[in-house]
Design a protein around this ligand. Sequence first.
Ligand code: HEM
Length: 208
Amino acid sequence: MKPIIVALFLGLLLFSSGCIQPEKAPVVAERTATEEWKADGIVGDSEYSRSMLLQAPARQGYSGGEMQISWKNDPEYLYLALNGSTDGWLAIGFEPQEWMKNADIILASVQGGKATVLDEYCTGNYGPHIEDTLLGGTNDIAEFGGSKGSGRTVIELKRKLNTGDKFDKAFSPGQTISIIWALSQNQELSLKHNVAYGEGVMTLTRMS
Ligand code: HEM
């Protein structure tokens, strides 16, 4: 048998065995956000207009986990909720150039009932990510809050779509934004992710 036919046959066998599966894009649920937005660490049923579940399986160095992202925007602000399967830190990064590099990162955790939300920027492929203020930028998380319980951490925050800081990606209504995300069981924000990480896209609502 010709090598190309053998390779095709083996590929088909591997695919049908379930070892290789096409990646499924997460489903984005849409609704009308009628509820008043509050940074209280409780994601209301109608507080955000879109949400999706990002998941990553267990593998070497990672226990596996998921993060529900909910968001909405008005002409000026992005409102965001991150609900992750961790007691440690959780993070979202906007528009990385490659891997983690040049991502506009929001890194957060809740400890002792108090939420910490950092406005950061990643300068290298795998870090370091540093607070914008230490790079000469500004802290542009306008409001935030969070909660923790039953193995989950929830963070809610708002920031301007266009903060004017060069260490924040500027967004506009209707834009599709590429994102990365990560979860860690570590409370210490400088320690690497060990639950899950991944990527995705989120689209902002167009304003007429
Ligand atoms: C806290 C300090 C962090 C360190 C030391 C770190 C380090 C690393 C390293 C070494 C890798 C290579 C893969 C691996 O070893 O498992 C990696 C990959 C990755 N990290 Fe981080 N990371 C950190 C925080 C973050 C944050 C906050 C995010 C999300 C906003 C993130 C998102 C990712 C993603 C998406 C990848 C995969 C990149 C790819 O291969 O395409 N990391 N990180």
